[in-house]
Design a protein around this ligand. Structure first.
Ligand code: BGC
Length: 503
């Protein structure tokens, strides 16, 4: 690494010492980078539509005109959860193709299972075709949730990487909300037609966007990498300077990861951080809480439960947007800590609500009943507590633990381990999502309902401790600096630190 590239220089205009990186960033124009990010995040938007689709579609399909398509309670639960299995498989597949055919092509390929999945649903003659369609949609979502964060972080620069990376989650929650709103107007087949539009746009727009410069350099396609940088940074920037920084990062001597290297702290440390971030995200209980949102709103006397889903969706979109806007100023760690504390408090309050109202264990299944079948509760006047806790919980999640695990996943792995390591993270995330949503009922029986929410609160406290002690702050650092941070931490007696010029 050419050390002087990171030494502060005298800024001729302001006579102050500035890092070459800051001087470089001043000349950068972000227009094309924003365009490339917009094209890529149509992927997460599609994946949000897939996640949100089940709620309005299940309501329609329970009373479908065609008896072959009617979903009973068990089939409805599979229709919702098979997406998580497809997405876990998509994580394995995505981790494999992203290093072989590249980030851009992998993303474009996702359009196929997205559209094919919805086509299968639209033309379904039996429930197996519905399940098949949902599985394909899940597969596409799994690949997308891996490829898009990587594409964005490898095309961005350190000044905006946090904000642009957070747009992944912003588009997921926008897609969920979009499905809920469209589902109030469209019946399930037309809703599926509507949901197929974003992946088609993504495919068309991505044709005009470049592959990431880092992937191209790793593939020895040097002139393509330079033109990708020229496109992304605009004509004024000294993109050859950035090219040299990436090229000399020291990671590209070996193009693929060997198993033996897993013993190397510069590999296993980020690997473990990524995996734990995903486990902790799911063990906050977010999906279980969102799943029962309708029932909780109904208990608080909100008669229109689809409106309840829309309210949850709006809270998520607004606070994820806030997180995206402040990500590069506040930093990842601070937001993760605030988010974890907010969720710990709200999950505890949730438990308090259940404890006070003392819904007996065998009655906890009240929560599993459709809202309209619920018997009146003697403690309805306390429903505001459940409602307030839930809104606070969703706000907390949106501010940190929603977007940041995906963002940090795309930042901390060395280039040649990025595909496989991100694949493992995606499988872990979706596997845990499946486990938590499927096991939630049993957990309520074993631990009582308040015990379950206090368990989630306990995990949120662990999230905070984990963040404080193990998650590095990546704000303002280039991917190459982050990589060197982990390399330094492998030398005995040294602690990884970021170069002074960017602190
Ligand atoms: C999580 C999903 C969750 C979604 C909700 C994502 O970051 O990985 O499991 O359903 O956020 O907003």
């Amino acid at each position: 690494m050419d050390q002087e590239d990171y030494e502060p220089l005298l800024d001729p205009d302001r006579h102050t010492r500035e890092s070459p990186q800051n001087i470089y960033l001043k000349k950068v124009q972000n227009k094309n980078l924003y365009l490339a990010t917009f094209a890529a995040v149509l992927g997460p938007l599609s994946f949000g539509f897939v996640l949100g689709y089940s709620s309005p579609a299940i309501a329609d399909l329970k009373n479908a005109d065609d008896p072959r398509l009617v979903l009973d309670k068990n089939a409805a639960s599979w229709f919702g959860s098979i997406v998580t299995i497809g997405a876990a498989v998509g994580g394995v597949f995505g981790g494999w193709i992203v290093d072989r055919i590249g980030r851009k092509l992998s993303l474009m390929l996702c359009a196929v299972p997205f559209v094919l999945g919805f086509t299968l649903i639209i033309s379904a003659q039996n429930v197996w075709m519905l399940f098949g369609g949902r599985f394909l949609n899940g597969l596409a979502s799994g690949v997308t949730s891996l490829v898009v964060p990587v594409y964005i972080s490898e095309t961005s620069h350190s000044g905006v990487r946090g904000t642009l990376g957070s747009c992944v989650q912003l588009m997921v929650v926008t897609g969920i909300l979009g499905s809920y709103i469209a589902g109030m107007i469209l019946e399930w087949r037309w809703l599926a037609v509507f949901c197929s539009v974003p992946p088609i746009f993504m495919l068309i727009l991505m044709c005009f966007m470049p592959e990431t410069p880092r992937y191209l350099i790793n593939q020895d396609k040097f002139s393509e990498a330079l033109s990708a940088l020229r496109f992304l940074r605009g004509p004024e920037a000294d993109h050859e300077w950035e090219y040299r920084q990436i090229e000399s990062s020291g990671d590209d001597q070996e193009s693929s990861l060997r198993i033996a290297e897993l013993r190397n702290p510069s590999i296993y440390k980020p690997f473990l951080i990524g995996i734990f971030l995903m486990v902790f995200q799911q063990f906050t209980g977010i999906n279980a809480i969102m799943f029962y949102a309708d029932t909780i709103f109904e208990e608080a006397n909100f008669k229109n439960s689809s409106l309840a889903s829309v309210i949850v969706g709006v809270i998520q979109v607004v606070f994820t947007a806030v997180a995206a806007l402040i990500m590069d100023k506040a930093g990842r760690k601070v937001l993760l800590i605030i988010s974890g504390i907010t969720m710990a408090i709200s999950a505890t309050l949730f438990g308090v609500y259940f404890k006070i109202t003392e819904i007996p264990v065998n009655n906890a299944s009240r929560l599993l009943l459709p809202p309209t079948d619920l018997p009146p509760s003697p403690v309805d006047h306390l429903a505001w507590l459940a409602l307030a806790s839930m809104c606070l919980f969703i706000t907390g999640f949106a501010l940190g633990w929603g977007p940041i695990p995906w963002l940090v996943m795309s930042e901390i792995f060395p280039l040649r381990a990025r595909g496989i390591a991100s694949g493992v993270c995606v499988v872990t995330n979706w596997g845990c999502a499946f486990l938590v949503t499927k096991e939630f009922h049993d957990l309520m029986d074993y631990l009582t309902s308040y015990g379950t929410y206090w368990l989630f609160a306990g995990f949120c406290v662990l999230n905070v401790l984990f963040t404080v002690f193990y998650v590095p702050e990546t704000k303002g650092k280039t991917l190459e600096q982050i990589e060197r941070y982990f390399q330094q931490s492998q030398v005995p007696g040294t602690v990884g630190s970021f170069p002074n010029s960017v602190q």
